[in-house]
Design a protein around this ligand. Sequence first.
Ligand SMILES: [Zn+2]
Ligand SMILES: [Zn+2]
Length: 338
Amino acid sequence: MTGTIYLLTDKLTREKKHVCSDCVHLVEACFVCGLPVRKDFVRLPDDRFLCARDAKHAVLDTSDAKSICKEVREDLDKLFSRFMTFPTNVEIAIVDRVNLLALFKIPGNDFECPNVLGYFRSTTNRHQVRLEISLMSALRAAELKSTCAHEYSHAWVFDNVSEERRQNLGRDAQEGFCELVGYLLMDAQQEDDQKQAVLRNQYTHGQIDLFIQAEKRFGFNEIVDWMKYGVDAELSADNCRDVDIPRGARVSAIGASSYEEKPSPAPDKLVLKGISWTASRPLAIINNQSFAPGESGKVRVGATNVSIRCLTVQTNSARILILGSGEELELSLNRIEK
Ligand SMILES: [Zn+2]
Ligand SMILES: [Zn+2]
C-alpha cells in the first residue's frame, strides 16, 4: 500500500478532493460528482452509482419525475407565452441509462437530440406524428427540469420550423437554442447551479453563449425569428438579424400574441395578460401592449386609450401607474384554475 493521495475534481461542485490510492482505484464512481463511492451509496438498476450526498438530491421516483416534467411544461407555457406555443401531443418517458443508450444504437433511428441525459424524437406512423421525449432517471431536480425544457424545445422546433430551415440549421445552433430555453427557465427559477452547469457544458461548441448574448441584446422575439427564418446555419455575434421572413409570416414570427392576429374587442379594464420572464428583462403584457419595468405607453381599454407606466414586474403580477390620474394599481395574473 502506497501513501499516494490523488487530487480529483468533484464534477458537481468543482471542488478539488483528496482521495487515497485505495479509493481512487475503486471502479465505482458516482454518476453525478465522479468521485469514487465508498459506503452509503445508492446503486441504480442500470448500474449507475450515486454517492450519499448526491443520492439525496436525485429524483429517484418515476412518478415524481413525471410530475416535475408536468410543472416544466406549465412553466414553459407561462414563461414563453409571448413567443412560443409548445406542442401538446408530447409523450414523456423516464428511462434508465441502459435504455437511453440503447436507443442511440438502433440503426435508422432518427435522433433529433443526442443529449445523453434525454432525447427527443418524432415518429410517423400512418400519417400520425408522435412526439416523444425520454429523460434519464435519477437526475437532480434542476437538471431534470432544464433537460426537460431542452427536449420540449426540440419538439417546438420540430413543430414550428420549416423542414427546409431545419435542414439548413446547424446541429450546434439547434442544441444552443434548446439550451437557451432551459437556461432561461433556470434563470426564472433562480437555479444558479444549473445555469452554471449549462454554461460549462461544451456540447453546443459555444452556440449557447452566443444565444445568451443575442437574447440579452435583441430579446427572445428575434431569436425565434432567427430560428425560423435565419439565413445562416450557426448563430454568430452579429447575424441574429439576418433573417428572410416571408410575407405574411411577420405577425406570427415576432410572436405577437393571438389577439393581434385575430383582433378581438379590447378589454374594458386593465388586464395583465401574461408575463415573460427572461434573463435580460421581464415584460408584462397589459391589454394589447408589453412593458418592461419603467416603460410607459398607451393601452387600449374599451374604446379609448389609457396611458400607463409599468413600475415593477413580479413573477405573477405587475404594478402600474395610470398617468392621467396618478393612481397606482397592482395587476395579477388571472391563472386558469384546473
Ligand atoms: Zn457524488
Ligand atoms: Zn438537444
